[in-house]
Design a protein around this ligand. Sequence first.
Ligand SMILES: Cc1ncc(COP(=O)(O)O)c(C=O)c1O
Length: 291
Amino acid sequence: MPRVAYVNGRYVPHRDAAVHVEDRGHQFADAAYEMLMVIDGGLLDFAPHMERLHRSLGALSIAPPMSDSAVRVVIHELLRRNRLKNASIYIQVSRGVAPRDHAFPQTRTPPGLVMVARRMDYALIARRQSQGVSVITLAETRWARPDIKSTSLLANVLAKQEARDAGAYEALFVDADGMITEGTASNIWMVAADGTLVTRALDQSILAGITRQAVLSVTAARQMALEERPFSRAELKDAAEVFLTSSTNFVMPVTEVDGQKIGAGKNIGKPGPVTNSVIEAHREHVQKETT
Ligand SMILES: Cc1ncc(COP(=O)(O)O)c(C=O)c1O
């Protein structure tokens, strides 16, 4: 059965799913996107993903192409046509098609909207969660507004490839003050020696991860201690535990940073107990919040 994608109002075979050469998303990365998970037919955290899409589009002055309920209908239609129950849904909204000029088009152009569904293997994520992943750190090279979920991701692409080339799973950016910002496609957390969870507070230097927000609420409900503050590469390497969060990874233990194993004693280089309890807490959230 051929895959089907949604492109500007039409369901088309995936192999023919294309946008115009002068789509501004294609030429300028003048676009915002979302990635959300479907688990057993239910959409995970749909409302917060749509809120963030509206925030990104607002920051770029791009009009939302359709209502949230219409987006939900398209997602379900994509799932139906692709016969998928466990999938990632990629949604991209661009400023539309116009003759190439850096400034916004003077005449009203309808925004471009594409959506792609892709099969997800949640068992693979669970296996990875039981083993942990390694990360490297790199100097921050992104533009100054990573809080906007725009498709301007070249720095992330190059950093992720550096991670791949180094045999690592993810690359973390380090800002000019030596503080970790986030991963190329994930937020980053550490567990201090006393068990306190530490993650950078939201500012313009990181994306407000939907998984980050879910972890904040489930850990608060369990009265786990939390500090939202920046931390350095040295502090990260010294942490009792490290994990990252994202829609495609959920809560993922990080067991090695720049080749150095995380943790101490019998937990060294292994997912730690606090991380495992955060994974459990987030799994309960996933069960509750897939609508
Ligand atoms: C740069 C960046 N930070 C953080 C995240 C995690 O966000 P979320 O939990 O909403 O997937 C992502 C997700 O792709 C990302 O690209």
